[in-house]
Design a protein around this ligand. Structure first.
Ligand code: MD6
Ligand code: FE
Length: 217
């Protein structure tokens, strides 16, 4: 007994859904780790705080971000890039916790990507109304490696499109504990998070957290 309120609840949905060639949603894949993951996010943010980055176009992002691992994703007026040093603290990003590495590797393997060893974990924090506009993840040199994305807290609507910005998107709700793995032919698909609707989660209040694991080096 570890005092976790949800330990005795059955996981209602552990389905696995292929959303495109190379992309799948693993429902509740991270739910059993929820407290370890949220504790680790808090510890990371104590060292490298959440901050609202500015895009190259000059807009301040509604999503607050931090990172752990040997590389962290950063944006400013000069562009998007990975940095070994947190520009806010001028110190290395916090280490990637073993629990993160283990979860990311297991999820990737479940989706058919063996030996995924991420060196970067971007941590996104959404408040109600925050959104992430349509984009591709193309700042990583090795496109053979997948991305593993873990959702925690209140739900979000994920928009998943094609290789062209103008391609139609499909919409998938992502809830607490859901993991998306994508690579292969989906690796450069356009995607977005719609503005978060008002909601409450017992462990995160009105927040959503998303961890995206990548091999960025
Ligand atoms: C989010 N996720 O879920 C934003 N990118 O908050 C992403 O932008 C993302 O979920 C690449 C791969 C998976 C993702
Ligand atoms: Fe993305």
């Amino acid at each position: 007994m570890n005092g976790n309120l949800f330990d005795d609840l059955p996981l209602s949905d552990t389905s696995e859904e292929i959303i495109a060639d190379g992309a799948m949603i693993l429902r509740n894949f991270a739910t059993a780790q929820q407290q370890v993951l949220l504790d680790a996010i808090r510890d990371i943010a104590d060292i490298s705080p959440f901050r609202h980055l500015v895009t190259p176009g000059g807009f301040t992002m509604s999503v607050a971000m931090t990172n752990c691992g040997s590389l962290g994703w950063a944006s400013d007026r000069r562009g998007y890039r990975y940095e070994a040093i947190d520009p806010l603290t001028n110190r290395p990003w916090p280490d990637m916790p073993a629990s993160f590495l283990q979860l990311a590797g297991a999820a990737a393997a479940r989706a058919g990507f063996l030996d995924f060893i991420p060196d970067a974990c971007l941590i996104n924090r959404y408040e109600i109304g925050a959104r992430l506009s349509l984009h591709q993840d193309r700042d990583e040199p090795d496109r053979t490696q997948p991305i593993v994305s873990v959702s925690l807290g209140i739900p979000a609507m994920f928009h998943f499109g094609g290789m062209q910005r103008s391609d139609a998107v499909k919409r998938f709700p992502l809830g607490h504990g859901d993991v998306v793995v994508w690579g292969g032919n989906a690796r450069l698909a356009y995607h977005a998070i719609a503005p978060l609707k008002s909601a409450h989660h017992p462990l995160t209040g009105s927040m959503r957290f998303n961890l995206t694991f990548r091999k960025a080096g």
